[in-house]
Write a protein of this length. Structure first.
Length: 95
């Protein structure tokens, strides 16, 4: 009989569970998602979840990353907003 994995894995501590959610609206172009991911990679954001879907003429990209503090989140949001394909950025805590 196989033992459950949950018994082998230690639960996360509260500080390790904090995640930031970034909602990005970008042009629906073939390279928009890669540009956004490139910015996140350069900023060394630890990506935990990603979704992207077209909405009309735009693409909505949802990035869930490990929290690295308010300053780092503001810097990432600023860099994402400066990306040529991006039309808007919002961020906050993951609920």
């Amino acid at each position: 009989m196989v033992s459950p994995v949950s018994g082998l894995v230690e639960p996360l501590k509260p500080d390790e569970e904090k995640r930031r959610l970034f909602l990005v609206t970008a042009e629906d172009t073939p390279d928009a998602l890669m540009r956004v991911l490139g910015v996140a990679s350069v900023q060394q954001a630890r990506l935990r979840a990603l979704s992207a879907a077209p909405e009309g003429l735009h693409m909505t990209i949802r990035l869930e990353i490990d929290d690295q503090g308010d300053d780092r989140a503001a810097t990432l949001a600023s860099r994402l907003a400066a990306c040529p394909a991006v039309r808007g950025v919002g961020f906050g805590w993951r609920a």
